[in-house]
Design a protein around this ligand. Structure first.
Ligand SMILES: Nc1ncnc2c1ncn2[C@@H]1O[C@H](COP(=O)(O)OP(=O)(O)OP(=O)(O)O)[C@@H](O)[C@H]1O
Ligand SMILES: [Mg+2]
Length: 259
């Protein structure tokens, strides 16, 4: 498989606030290096505060790294225009329902990224919205609805459609399933996998539920204190974890994790 994303020595420092006696910086992230291939799903796991969201938000361009490089298809991400970047990497936010503006119809929500980032004609925008609705399994009738008229599952599908509408290479999802009950979580995950098969999209998936991680990932990165403690295929991580931290993490998810 072709390497799509390369992350090299990525670090993030935060300046300590004045109330801390020791001044200077603390480094909640890095150095982090890893690669992601085309059409692959990479899951990032680790306890709360291990740096998962910081890492994916840097990749999505929402936070500036303190140092390090990100390459997409061999090109530094920093060389890409904002439009090129939006077309390449899209993020679905935690609690997708809340990330949809309640005063904007689904049609407008889906048209906005196309109007901002492409020179598509009105007809082409309509067609792209239609195709994306089909892809996530939403009826065209929903275009005139407002987000709060939809079920939680449908809101997730709209957030997914918004992320997919520009045909990105990579979709990043940071704990998007936490607000759904378990049967719906698997439905969304299976939908994501279907879309991956059709479109070849790569996913970076931050998750806590080890069953879901095992079900959907090709690779898993385990993070602790801002560092990668293990990066391996899903099979190796679950069947032959190397780091003691990974073993503990899997054991602490015993109800979810069965060998
Ligand atoms: N803006 C900020 N200023 C200072 N420290 C921050 C900031 N944002 C995050 N941190 C710190 O960075 C560390 C990593 O946070 P992050 O949110 O990336 O963890 P996480 O693995 O996503 O946790 P969770 O599973 O709870 O979502 C934490 O110690 C957090 O307090
Ligand atoms: Mg987080």
């Amino acid at each position: 498989m072709q390497t799509l994303l390369n992350v090299s020595n990525l670090c993030k420092n935060y300046k300590r606030s004045a109330r801390f006696l020791s001044s200077g910086f603390r480094q909640p992230l890095g150095p982090i290096s890893f690669a992601l291939s085309q059409g692959e799903t990479l899951s990032i796991v680790g306890e709360s505060g291990s740096g998962k969201s910081t890492l994916v938000q840097i990749i999505a361009g929402l936070i500036e790294p303190s140092s390090g490089d990100i390459y997409i298809k061999g090109q530094p991400l920093s060389n890409l225009s904002q439009q090129q970047r939006c077309k390449s990497i899209r993020m679905i936010f935690q609690d997708p329902g809340n990330s949809l503006n309640p005063k904007v119809t689904i049609g407008r929500i889906l048209a906005a990224p196309l109007e901002l980032n492409t020179d598509f004609s009105a007809d082409k925008i309509k067609q792209q919205i239609q195709e994306t609705l089909d892809l996530v399994g939403l009826l065209p009738d929903y275009l005139s609805f407002y987000p709060n008229m939809l079920s939680s599952m449908q809101q997730h599908k709209v957030a997914l459609a918004r992320a997919l509408i520009l045909n990105p290479d990579i979709v990043i999802a940071d704990e998007i399933l936490a607000t759904l009950d378990i049967s719906l979580r698997f439905k969304i995950v299976n939908l994501l996998l279907d879309i991956q098969e059709k479109k070849g999209t790569s996913y970076i998936f931050v998750a806590h539920n080890m069953n879901l991680v095992r079900h959907m990932s090709d690779h898993v990165i385990v993070m602790h204190n801002g560092l990668i403690v293990e990066n391996n295929s899903t099979e190796e991580i679950f069947n032959a974890p190397q780091a003691s931290y990974t073993k503990n993490l899997l054991q602490s998810h015993q109800p979810d994790y069965r060998k």
